[in-house]
Design a protein around this ligand. Structure first.
Ligand code: NDP
Length: 234
């Protein structure tokens, strides 16, 4: 069945792989971007997810193009790493805004229409560091951990209407985000991953499309690690 899908930050990285995976299934897929334009074959809307008015306008454009959003993937995110004693309050709150408050914005905007339709899927892209913690990432890990409490609460709020909300925890994935890390750090991480390698964006996309599929109709409030065995036990 063709559905209306929206992936935030779907212009590159994990979001783009996810958008392409939905499109390959025949869904109508929209992605947000911040000026890069839409990748081929996808409907693009310009949107900074830290701006409520921009989020509202993006949803309106997507609804006009492909109907109300039936599958929302809140994927846009960003890091701004440094040790706590060097971290400014602005660095902390900005990172929480883009990784956590943005999920509130887009989920709220999507949920009204999903409630009326009595169906819908929301997938929140968190991170393995939500559970393991990570040096230099107090801001990012706090935001990503917040997504778990947010998502589980929302799963309880929306469950009676047949809407599921789930959280994916990627480990280290080969995207621009990890390309910025020092090589020695990546080598150390690989040593801690049971599968001894980084993930491809497509491997995370597969988990997201599963959670949005009919096969996952009884899965909600779940926290699914896709981390090659990095966070086992957490
Ligand atoms: P990338 O850095 O490759 O891409 C980030 C995406 O988020 C881009 O599409 C970017 O848009 C978008 N974005 C960032 N800030 C904003 C904003 N304010 N408004 C709208 N869009 C924004 O990241 P990944 O693909 O690696 O990460 C995707 C998600 O997965 C993120 O939530 C990240 O935290 C999470 N994750 C990634 C891991 C990894 O190892 N790569 C591991 C665990 C989690 P633009 O192109 O306009 O900048």
């Amino acid at each position: 069945m063709t559905r209306s899908v929206l992936v935030t930050g779907g212009n590159r990285g994990i979001g783009l792989a996810t958008a392409r995976a939905f499109a390959a299934q025949g869904d109508r897929v929209a992605v947000t971007h911040r000026g890069s334009g839409a990748p081929d074959g996808l409907f693009g809307v310009e949107c900074d997810v830290t701006d409520s008015a921009a989020v509202d306008a993006a949803f309106a454009a997507v609804e006009a193009e492909q109907g109300p959003v039936e599958v929302l993937v809140s994927n846009a995110g960003a890091t701004d790493d440094t040790l706590l004693l060097r971290m400014s309050e602005e660095q902390f709150t900005r990172t929480v805004d883009v990784n956590l408050t943005a999920a509130y914005r887009v989920s709220k905007r999507a949920a009204g229409k999903m409630l009326r339709a009595r169906k819908g899927r929301i997938v929140l892209v968190s991170s393995v560091v939500a559970l393991t913690g990570s040096v230099g990432q107090t801001n990012y890990a706090a935001a990503k951990a917040g997504l778990i409490g947010f998502g589980r609460s929302l799963a309880r709020e929306l469950g009676s209407r047949g809407i599921t909300v789930n959280v994916v925890l990627p480990g280290f994935v080969t995207t621009d985000m990890t390309a910025a890390l020092p090589e020695a750090h990546v080598a150390t991480v690989k040593g801690q991953v049971a599968l001894q390698r980084l993930a491809s964006p497509e491997e995370v996309a597969a988990a997201v499309t599963f959670l949005a599929s009919d096969a996952a109709s009884y899965v909600t409030g779940a926290v699914l690690p896709v981390d090659g065995g990095l966070g086992m036990g957490h």
